[in-house]
Structures are given as structure tokens and as C-alpha cells.
Design a protein around this ligand. Structure first.
Ligand SMILES: [Zn+2]
Length: 411
């Protein structure tokens, strides 16, 4: 009996050891779409991580990682920079979490995360979880969007084209939509992801494009009058690789419109010069700001120098129209726009080179509206930023744009 008891005790001890070994064997890696993480250390249930800046020469905040084998555990993820100081790189609604390998995402810790970390309890069967600083949006998401509109592609309402080859040799997509068959009355250029980690911009693009396909009065008017030219990923490679994109050395894509070291920026200018004859009615470039605080938790436009924008009064009217006509939940307010010369929006900010908007204001003819929208990552005047909310905002912008385009242009 004694032997048997001792045997059972030893077996139980081994069992515990085996359990302990299994329990500690969770992994943290960046092996997910647009993954980005450096693991500083793992100490029991405390994981110290930091964002991988790659060729970004300022501090920035994009990260994305996967945890495997942590079912049933509660783990503290602590963000610390190379200098050992805590890093405020977690957004105001915490991480965007997927428990189904990227099929669905949610702000699972909204209201419970700190700015430099979060505690996460993995469910008993939750063996693989993705954590992103913001909703990911890659080429596969764009392709899925186009596949949802396969009938429009087939019918020629969306024309799929290639902008150029990226530095890594990939085909960078562009599309034309709306009045694509002959010379349209108006042409509009829409770009996103000049800074590749600014992902919520991509859903605004989807909503913008969908307005051109809708079976309603606006959609019909757009298809009769407007050709929309779209570049969904200006920094194509960075968007797929999970780079920061912002402040790349020696400069990023949106400071490249004087030097053109990136194939995409050069190709955009050539597309406008060639296909559009150097003339556009409107150019809208969608961005995202920082992750928390004023000018990071509402949608706004940083107004450019009134000396260079086509028509400051019309620009103001456009803002008021978007506010008045919006149906989506993101609560844009014209009064939130950032006047030129205030906060970060100064001439100084462009010492590194021209942005796309500054290039267009100086080089493209016919423009009535030429501006960016900054779309936050998580919070928009109290509303939760979601893919659908961003799509709705894209539609809101188009609705206001129609009002502008339908008026005769000033001579
Ligand atoms: Zn940006």
C-alpha cells in the first residue's frame, strides 16, 4: 500500500511538473499579418514587449503580436522601450483582439487597459490570440472588399489596374470607379496609407468607393459625372509588413513629393499627369493621427496654408457640409479642424519634403478641394471607431463632395 501511495505521490508530482512546464510554454511572436513586436523578456505571467521601429527614426506606436499556448492564464503585457522606460503605445480603447486568427476583431479590453500595457485573461480553450495596436488592414482585406463587389468589377464599374511595382517587387493596386468609360465631367483622386500603419483610413476608402457603386441617387449621379481614382496603399510594402511607416529614414512617403524615392509617389504623379491630364477637381488623402489626446480622438482636417490651397472659403464650406450631412457615427465637427499654424500643423512640419497635398496644391490644375482627413484609431468624439463607422464617414465625405462638385467652378 505504502509503495503504491508513494508511487501515486511521485506520479502526481511529475504530473504537476509536466503541467507547470506546459503552462509556462506560451509563446509571443510577430508571425501574423502585419506583425510587429520585440519581446524584451518573459517572466512568469509578465511579458515585456516593445514596438519594432524598423527604419522609423522617431518614436512611434504601431505593434501587433500573437500569443499561443496561454489558455486559462492571466498575463500582464508591459510595454517598455529600449531604454527600459514604460512606453505609452496602447490606444485609448486598449488592444484590438482577435480570438479567431484574424477573422473578427474587437476592443476586448475597452476601459480596462493602461496606456503602457494591459492584463489579459485567456479563456480555457483560447490557445491562439492576436493583439493589434489598431485594426489591421492588408492587401487581403482590399481583395476581399473587391470580391464583395465582384459584380461591379465584372460589369466594368470598377476598373482594376496596377499603379506600379513596389520596392519589394509587388504589384501596387489602383482602381478607377464611377464614370470610367470616357472623359468624365469631374475627376477625384483618393489616397490612403501614405503612412502604412494608419489602417482606419482604409475603411474610409471603402465607404468612399461604395458610394460610387450604390443603387441610389448619389451613386447614379456619381457614375454619370465623376471618375474616382483610388490608390488604397501608397506605402504598399509597409502596409503588408507591419512597418510604422511614419518618419521613415530619410523621409516617409508623405514627405516624398519633391524627391520621389518611392515608386508609388512617383507613379501617382504620373497617373495624374497622364490619365487625368494634370487636372483634378478634388484630391483627398486619408490619414490617422496619434493614439490619444486632443487631435487624436476626433476626425478632423489639418488645414493647409491658405496661400496654397485652392479656395479656403470653399474648404470651410466643405467642412460644414460634411458635418451637416453626415449620417455615420463618427461625429465629425468642422470646428475640430486644425487651423494652419497651430499645434503640429506648421510649415516646419514639411521641412523634410512636400506632402501629397502640398504637391497637388502646387502642381495639379483645376482643384477645388485638396485636403486630408485624420481619422482616429479608436475614439471619435466618444464614438467607438469601427470599420463600419469609418465606411459611413467615407460616404459622408462623398455626399458633401457632390454638393461642391455640382456647383459651377469659379473661373
Ligand atoms: Zn499620416
Amino acid at each position: 500500500m505504502k509503495t503504491s501511495f508513494a508511487f501515486r505521490a511521485i506520479a502526481a508530482a511529475f504530473g504537476l511538473l509536466a503541467f507547470a512546464r506546459t503552462a509556462s510554454a506560451f509563446t509571443v511572436d510577430a508571425d501574423i499579418p502585419a506583425g510587429n513586436i520585440i519581446v524584451n523578456s518573459v517572466d512568469g505571467d509578465v511579458v515585456s514587449v516593445r514596438q519594432d521601429l524598423r527604419d522609423t527614426n522617431h518614436d512611434w506606436f504601431y505593434w501587433a503580436f500573437r500569443v499561443k499556448g496561454a489558455a486559462g492564464r492571466t498575463v500582464w503585457f508591459d510595454f517598455r522601450g529600449r531604454d527600459g522606460k514604460s512606453a505609452a503605445v496602447v490606444g485609448v480603447r486598449g488592444p484590438v483582439v482577435s480570438k479567431d486568427r484574424g477573422k473578427t476583431f474587437a476592443f476586448a479590453l475597452d476601459g480596462k487597459a493602461a496606456q503602457d500595457g494591459f492584463t489579459y485573461t485567456f479563456g480555457p480553450d483560447e490557445d491562439e490570440t492576436y493583439f493589434y495596436e489598431c485594426h489591421p488592414y492588408l492587401r487581403a482585406d482590399w481583395d476581399a472588399f473587391l470580391a464583395r463587389h465582384g459584380a461591379d468589377v465584372k460589369a466594368g464599374r470598377i476598373v482594376l489596374e496596377t499603379l506600379c511595382k513596389s520596392r519589394k517587387g509587388a504589384d501596387v493596386p489602383r482602381i478607377r470607379v464611377g464614370h470610367v468609360s470616357a472623359d468624365p465631367r469631374h475627376r477625384v483622386l483618393l489616397t490612403a496609407r501614405h503612412h502604412c500603419s494608419e489602417t482606419t483610413a482604409s475603411w474610409v476608402v471603402e465607404g468612399f468607393v461604395e458610394s460610387f457603386l450604390a443603387d441610389d441617387d448619389l451613386g447614379k449621379w456619381l457614375r454619370e459625372n465623376v471618375e474616382l481614382m483610388v490608390v488604397p496603399f501608397v506605402d504598399y510594402d509597409g502596409a503588408q509588413a507591419g512597418d510604422q511607416g511614419k518618419y521613415r529614414a530619410p523621409h516617409d512617403h508623405n514627405r516624398d513629393y519633391a524627391e520621389f524615392i518611392y515608386p508609388e509617389t512617383k507613379a501617382i504623379t504620373e497617373w495624374v499627369a497622364g490619365h487625368a491630364g494634370g487636372r483634378l477637381d478634388a484630391f483627398i488623402d486619408v490619414h490617422c493621427p496619434w493614439i490619444r489626446g486632443k487631435y487624436n480622438e476626433f476626425v478632423y482636417t489639418p488645414r493647409k496654408d491658405p496661400k496654397i490651397i485652392p479656395d479656403p472659403e470653399l474648404d470651410q464650406r466643405f467642412s460644414e457640409l460634411v458635418e451637416k450631412m453626415q449620417k455615420g457615427p463618427l461625429r465629425y465637427r468642422a470646428a475640430d479642424d486644425l487651423p494652419f499654424g497651430q499645434a503640429w500643423n506648421k510649415g516646419l512640419n514639411y521641412n523634410q519634403g512636400w506632402s501629397s497635398i502640398i504637391w497637388a496644391c502646387n502642381r495639379v490644375k483645376g482643384l477645388r478641394i485638396c485636403r486630408t482627413f485624420e481619422v482616429p484609431f479608436a475614439n471619435a468624439n466618444g464614438a467607438v471607431v469601427t470599420p463600419d463607422g469609418c465606411r459611413a464617414f467615407g460616404g459622408d465625405v462623398v455626399r458633401a463632395l457632390r454638393e461642391i462638385l455640382a456647383q459651377p467652378a469659379k473661373q
